[in-house]
Design a protein around this ligand. Sequence first.
Ligand SMILES: Nc1ncnc2c1ncn2[C@@H]1O[C@H](COP(=O)(O)OP(=O)(O)OP(=O)(O)O)[C@@H](O)[C@H]1O
Ligand SMILES: [Mg+2]
Length: 177
Amino acid sequence: MGNAVTLTVPDPAAMQELGRTLATVLRPGDLVLLSGELGAGKTTLTRGLGEGLGVRGAVTSPTFVIARVHPSLVGGPALVHVDAYRLGGGLDQMEDLDLDVSLPDSVVVVEWGEGKVEGLSESRLEVRIDRTLGGEEELSLDQDLDPDVPDERRVTLDGIGPRWAAADLGTLAAARA
Ligand SMILES: Nc1ncnc2c1ncn2[C@@H]1O[C@H](COP(=O)(O)OP(=O)(O)OP(=O)(O)O)[C@@H](O)[C@H]1O
Ligand SMILES: [Mg+2]
């Protein structure tokens, strides 16, 4: 804590762009935990991360698999994209996934991983995505019915542990502007 920064993300393109920017600070062995309700934009952000890291394959919602490995096309870390939504047990099951990749050599991004995968690493970047509703009544019918109608998100980045102690996430957020 003490390291958290919050930014406003107006639309899906900006969310993807934030992912590309975040990718510039990620290193092999990093763990990124994404939280936020269904349709918050976790996968959209991860898509940008994948682009920024220069990995193979489009990042999509891993509906039928718990984890997908995207190898690097540029000699960097692979992206391991995990959807822990149906992962009941947590860490043990994660190890049971028997991914054909070395986690310390990869960037591991986990959706719905809170309380499940923190033990994978002593440090983690927590990314919390919230829909910003001024009040229930401000949610238009369009937005309510169509998830693709852009509406603002608030994204909080919080680096936990020694890896992020000296990281300046504020600068990162500013670089985006
Ligand atoms: N400001 C915004 N940022 C991100 N996504 C937005 C924004 N406004 C609207 N959207 C829409 O919200 C949806 C986000 O879907 P996405 O799959 O990224 O969410 P998710 O958090 O991964 O959901 P799930 O929990 O189901 O995996 C997309 O349809 C996207 O177009
Ligand atoms: Mg998702």
